[in-house]
Design a protein around this ligand. Sequence first.
Ligand SMILES: [Zn+2]
Length: 242
Amino acid sequence: MDCPTARLLLLFYRPGRTSDLAQDDLSSLESHLQTCPACSASLAKQASAQAAIAKMIVDVPIPSQLKTQLHAQVTAKLSALWRAKWLARATATAAMATFGVLSYSAYLAVNRPTLDTESLTYSIETAMESPERNALDWLTAEQLMDKLPEDFDLRFVRFAGKRDLQGVSVNVLQLDSPNARQIAWVYFLAPGQFRTAKAPDSLSASNATTRIYRELPGGWTVVVTFTGNDLRPFLRSAGLTT
Ligand SMILES: [Zn+2]
């Protein structure tokens, strides 16, 4: 047997134990080892390495927090990796944003609209003089006429437009009742705009009330919040004479 073959067979050789080697190979190898100091030395080295590994496998104490520690190490490495990537991306984005802001303000300077004070003055005059007409025009334009859940007296409308409701821009009518000096806000919530399933149909505080009208045409929900506990001062039946 030559040395390269012997070294190969050595990998499967366990002295004094049942071997994976065929009997012929085993005999040839053992007689080669008796005559070849180099291969004998290689066997000795291999045996001590295997013994060391076996000892390590047996002796390694498994830390109680091993799983947690491994997880923490992996997480730390991953987040370091992400930080590096994110930083590179953020730097690029910041550079682009600086450029973008400059060009956007240049764009605005050219394209910003001219304030039309005449039309603004006229619109507030119309709103004050004919609030009902104003409200009807708005309700028609926003297609909200058939979503009015009560017979509100539109002469009391002081505002009709978009307003922020808990971070969402929604259509709203504000009514001021001159008789009772009360205010009502009528919010029109588009289908899916808010989760209202768990909200109570009516909630009263000492001097304010909120009512929810569900399943209006088109799946709309209307929320009416008003001062006091009686909605009648805002309705046409209030019988205000002008
Ligand atoms: Zn040899």
